[in-house]
Design a protein. Structure first.
Lengths: 112, 115
């Protein structure tokens, strides 16, 4: 399968703690995006990081990208119960065939 | 309001009965895509289109057809649905033109059951 690998598959933390999710891939990418999905509903775009960027922030979210290791991580700081959701990374390949490939996701549970 | 719409949202059908799921975006995006989501497998891309009359296969195109005759619409066609196509389907578009953000916008999803 060409799907990205995400770990952990599931993560349970207490409210206020930080949550880190990792995403690895094997191809050359144009960009990598992180999404949140609440229980089978639509996906919400969180952050996009381009292949020439190393780190991006948005509120309590921090994304890093290491193209030499072909990996990315999403850090959620000071987690809240409302952050409980599944998180997916998605890479857009570079070159002429610009497929988008999602990872299998990390299911995050934040316990109040 | 900028959005991607899909219809129908829910559909129960029988094996072999042709169906079309419509997708429309009002953001003038060039790139559009269809995904299916199955438990434990995340989202898998079925087909994508980088512009009008330009479509290409994603990772799981078997049993599906698409067309892109105009920029805003990208229908997904199941000529002869089978039970293994029971899934949650998402349409999406990407802001990929000049001055692009590359942000991908998703529709609300279509839950399809094939009996």
């Amino acid at each position: 399968s060409q799907q990205g690998e995400e770990d952990p598959q599931a993560l349970s933390i207490q409210e206020g703690e930080n949550a880190t999710m990792n995403c690895s891939y094997k191809t050359s990418i144009n960009n990598l995006q992180w999404y949140r999905q609440n229980s089978g509903r639509g996906l919400v775009h969180l952050i996009l990081i381009r292949s020439n960027e190393r780190e991006k922030h948005s509120g309590r979210l921090r994304v890093t990208l290491d193209t030499s290791k072909k990996s990315s991580s999403l850090l959620i700081t000071a987690s809240r119960a409302a952050d409980t959701a599944s998180y997916f990374c998605a890479r857009r390949d570079s070159g002429g065939y610009q497929k988008v490939t999602f990872g299998t996701g990390t299911k995050l549970q934040v316990i109040p | 309001e900028a959005q991607v719409t899909q219809n129908p949202r829910y559909l129960i059908t029988v094996t072999g009965k042709k169906l079309t799921v419509t997708c429309s975006q009002n953001m003038n995006h060039e790139y559009m895509s269809w995904y299916r989501q199955d438990p434990g497998l995340g989202l898998r891309q079925i087909y994508y289109s980088m512009n009008v009359e330009v479509t290409d296969k994603g990772d799981v195109p078997e049993g599906y057809k698409v067309s892109r005759k105009e920029k805003r619409n990208f229908p997904l066609i199941l000529e002869s649905p089978s039970p293994n196509q029971t899934s949650l389907y998402f349409c999406a578009s990407i802001d990929s033109g000049t001055g692009r953000t590359d942000t991908q916008y998703f529709g609300p999803g279509t839950r399809l059951t094939v009996l």
